[in-house]
Design a protein around this ligand. Sequence first.
Ligand code: MG
Length: 271
Amino acid sequence: MISLRLLIPIALAGALLGQQPEDHKNRDLGYDDTPQIPGQKWRVHDNTRPHPPKVTPAAQPGQPPSDAIVLFDGKDLSHWVMRGRGGATGAPQWKVENGYLEVVPRKGGIMTKEKFGDIQLHVEWMEPADVKGTSQSRGNSGIELMTRYELQVLESYEGVTYADGQAAAVYGTWPPLVNASRKAGEWQTYDIVFEAPRFEGDKVVKRACITVFHNGILVQHKAEYLGRAIHARVPMYAPHGAEEPLSLQNHGSVVRYRNIWVRKLKGYDQQ
Ligand code: MG
């Protein structure tokens, strides 16, 4: 025989399931009487909080999702210009063939026409199989966020240089957490989340920071830039716009790029 102590909770549970109070049903889409999330303007499970936009992922990982801006698809360089000291200096003179973009030494770097602040960026790059040189001369290029904050590109599978200058280093500040380099002649991937610095007048109030997966392996995790890298000196900040072009460095080495796409990110403070 079932005791009353067991029957009462079972009966109560049944009543709740069968006769759900009206206000409880309406809470499937959120609440209006819950406490506020500290530091946010929203309540816990807030029924007025906007839903994030839908994005269609690519069929294959590494390919651009529906909201990406494709900066280089293997053929088209229309998003890019040559980068001179004072800015854009005309059509890009790097070589495009067989679905990749190749640095042409002594022709200067290239940069995007469009400007970016906080971004997610996917870049694929490859060192030539017959890469030559040593240390910083061995397949040197770079992803220059906002034309200033370099993520190093270098042949670091066999090549050796100072730790804060090898592939996937925040140049002059942070070596990668691990060396995830592939051999020269193999395509490599960088998946980057970059947060732009914030300035108030001449003062930096939030440093630029970067998270990087190199060939799918976490190599930088919210690593902060101390400013624009200067060879053999401590990096320094100088104020600039909230958005700036993305550039690819010409360091005199032949390096190839393909499948470059970017997503603009809305800051967490705006959600
Ligand atoms: Mg470089």
